[in-house]
Every structure is written in structure tokens, then in C-alpha cells.
Design a protein around this ligand. Structure first.
Ligand code: AKG
Length: 282
């Protein structure tokens, strides 16, 4: 353990209230550039500076890439990240997998990342016996001014949702799906009328830690440079975290077997979640 003091009481209160916390920056500009090149290597793309031109307009994604690609394991064990997640949700955290590597993931629909995505429906919303403390960690490696890279969140939507807000995101999502089918996804920015939204315009090395139940959307991308992101997940050692991992392991793109060396390292660092034993569908 190091002496990192990651957040203060006001930031912890804001996380509990709003459902997200921005670490700006988690990584230096040089580290962000190194991770962009590591991601390029995964997709057999050239290193920077040649990469930008070749990547422009193309999307590359690898589900569970942080788990399956050893080069990315240092992200899981980043001391500042671990200390911050502990300060936000509790000391007894585990790696809950649910990782991704993205280049240019197009601006997305409003959604939650939790297993139970409809507000109030399903065990993710039942905190009578155990608190829900599962977070998604989104590490952004691109500058908003060059790529329009952003994450849009509805603060507090992990705790409440009005019928009006629900109707509104359903409508926006229908419009987005329609535009997508017609190749016009980028036309529609992420407006929201019935509840405040926050647009986090990313700088390279930014990290957003958010409750998996928080309503969010990847912002529309455009510009001269690609948008790069690394995603992973942690939760405290309880049923909600097990359910979350089990939910994603049910998808064919996620790796049910942790690589043995990663399993050993997680175990040494107290971050290994016992095997997922149940799958709870939304
Ligand atoms: O592109 C982004 O920044 C957001 C991606 C996202 O919403 C997700 O992976 O769940």
C-alpha cells in the first residue's frame, strides 16, 4: 500500500450522490500515448504518429481485452486507481472483469452497464442485505478537442429515475437507432431535457469511475484524431459483484477462465473474486 490520498470527503459525498467520480488525470500524457500504442498493437495498427490517419473513421473493439491481453494487466493494478476505487466504494474490492478496449466506438445510446438495466427492476436494485458497490472504470486516452471524445452521464440516475426521464431516453434511443440505420449516428448529440446531464469532455489520461447503474452514453465522435478508451470493473466482495461478473461471463465475448498468471496476481493483491456462482438476468 502507498500513502496515496485519492479523494476528500466532499468528493466521496459527490460520488455517492451523483454516481461518478473523475480522476483528472489518472495517467500522464506520455502514459496515455503509450497505452494508445498498446491498443494499436492489439489491432495490428501502426504506432503513432502514423496511426491516426490509418484509423480515422474505423471502429475497433475487443471485449475483455484488459483481462485477456497481459500487456494491459498493469492497468488493473494501478495504485492510484485501486486507492481511489477503495476510497469510493470500500476497502474490500475485487476485479469484476467486464473489460473492453475501444478505438472509435461510435456515440451511443443511453444505457446502464449493470446486469439489471431497468430502474428498480431486479436484484441490482435490492440493497436491503448487501449494498450495490460495483463500478465501471473508463480510462480515456484522447483529447476532446481533436476527437470530440466524451462521456455523457445523468447524475443521480443510479438512485432515482422519473417516468419522464425514462420516456425521454427511450425516445432519444429510438431516434438514434433510426439515424444509425441510415448512417447518420453522428448527427445527434446527447441532449436531455427533463433531467440535468453532464458532459465529461475527456483529456488524455482521464478516468471516470461510475456506478454501473448510472445512465450514460458515449458522446458522438468526430474530428481529426481517434477516440481511445480502456474499460474495466471493480466491486466490493459481495453478491452484487458476483452477479455482475456472472452476467458478463454469460456473453460469448467474455473470458470465463482468467489467465492463470492473472488469477495468481489478483489473489496476491487481494483482488480475486471467488468464482461466479450464479447468473442473474435483468
Ligand atoms: O464510448 C464511451 O465512452 C462509452 C462506452 C459505453 O457506454 C460502454 O461501453 O458501456
Amino acid at each position: 500500500m502507498t500513502d496515496i490520498i485519492p479523494i476528500n470527503a466532499a468528493e466521496k459525498a459527490a460520488f455517492d450522490r451523483d454516481g461518478y467520480h473523475l480522476i483528472r488525470p489518472l495517467l500522464s500524457a506520455d502514459e496515455a500515448a503509450e497505452w494508445r500504442d498498446q491498443i494499436n498493437a492489439v489491432f495490428n495498427l501502426p504506432a503513432e504518429p502514423d496511426a491516426a490517419g490509418e484509423i480515422a473513421g474505423a471502429t475497433h473493439t475487443l471485449a475483455d481485452g484488459v483481462t485477456t491481453k497481459e500487456a494491459f494487466w498493469p492497468v488493473i493494478f494501478n495504485e492510484r486507481l485501486i486507492a481511489t476505487v477503495r476510497a469510493l466504494i470500500g476497502d474490500d474490492i475485487r476485479y469484476t472483469q467486464h473489460s473492453d478496449l475501444h478505438i472509435n466506438l461510435p456515440g451511443g445510446r443511453w444505457h446502464r452497464d449493470s446486469a439489471c438495466r431497468d430502474y428498480g427492476v431486479g436484484p441490482d436494485w435490492d440493497e436491503q442485505e448487501e449494498p450495490y458497490r460495483v463500478v465501471r472504470v473508463a480510462i480515456y486516452l484522447s483529447d476532446h478537442t481533436e476527437s470530440n471524445s466524451s462521456l455523457v452521464v445523468l447524475p443521480g440516475s443510479h438512485h432515482r429515475e422519473s417516468r419522464l426521464a425514462r420516456t425521454e431516453y427511450v425516445v432519444w434511443n429510438k431516434i438514434r437507432s433510426f439515424l444509425r440505420r441510415h448512417g447518420r449516428n453522428n448527427l445527434l448529440s446527447h441532449h436531455f431535457l427533463t433531467t440535468p446531464r453532464r458532459v465529461i469532455r475527456t483529456q488524455p489520461g482521464d478516468c471516470v469511475v461510475f456506478d454501473q447503474r448510472l445512465m450514460h452514453a458515449g458522446g458522438v465522435i468526430r474530428g481529426s484524431a481517434p477516440k481511445y478508451a480502456i474499460y474495466l470493473s471493480f466491486g466490493i466482495d459481495n453478491r452484487h459483484s458476483r452477479n455482475h461478473r456472472a452476467f458478463f461471463l454469460d456473453r460469448p465475448t467474455y473470458s470465463p477462465d482468467l489467465p492463470a498468471a492473472l488469477r495468481a496476481r489478483l489473489s496476491e493483491n487481494g483482488l480475486l473474486l471467488d468464482d461466479a456462482s450464479e447468473t442473474i438476468q435483468p
